[in-house]
Design a protein around this ligand. Sequence first.
Ligand code: ADP
Ligand code: MG
Length: 260
Amino acid sequence: MTPTDTKSTVLLKHHLKALKLPTMTAECEKIAQRCAADNADHLAFLLQLCELELLERERKAAERRLKGARFPATKLLDEFDFTARPSVNKPLVLELLKGEYLDRRENLLLVGPSGTGKTHLATAFGMSACSQGRKVRFFRVTELITQLLEAKEERHLLRLRQQLGKLDLLILDELGYVPASKAGAELLFDVIATAYERNSLIVTTNLPFENWTEVLGSERLTGAALDRLTHRCHLLEAKGESYRLQDAKRRRRPHHGPAS
Ligand code: ADP
Ligand code: MG
């Protein structure tokens, strides 16, 4: 037993633990000593302990939100080179990063060829929303369709839809690489229609709108999905060649040679 481990400290820690205040349990003695040294009163001591508990809770919740969002990689806006992608509207991106579109349940569409930074931007928006305390989930469209089909087969589609309904932001990455089956397209449409005006969606796609029928199958479904997605929507267009290709070319170029 240390000198401070008196009967009352042991009891106090026991009670704090029972009250599910782990940070207060761990820190109470240290803070008590510091407050005694600083001549801080009892309320100041309690305040410091409560603040520590709250901070730690928020840190853990943020960690859980980030993990739960299942981003494929960490991508931040700081790492995005706007000069390499002049077609992307930087002021709009910076404005959107504040997250107010989420309060207005607006959607974001990121359109452009492969490798132009759509997933990077979608992830950066998602991570920023997460850090603002929003619930976010990132899916590749094929992954979501598979999960929806499986859920339907295993009779827990309702549960999955309820989980999706609780999100502030649902990211659907790579619409258009693989055409969906009829059942898959209908389930995907259902997610988009349910999210309409309730949750925000970010959709990335390499397909121009007129080709969306290739993925969703029917004209009717495509029209209805586009109608919902594009109502109250911000469009970001990434034009040009793949960033990796640009990067590789830059590296191959001699340092002082003529630009080609
Ligand atoms: P897309 O989703 O459009 O196919 P990605 O976002 O996956 O493209 O980008 C491919 C790779 O290039 C990623 O590693 C991404 O971080 C990087 N990248 C793309 N555009 C930029 C950019 N403008 N600045 C910095 N990195 C970029
Ligand atoms: Mg991508």
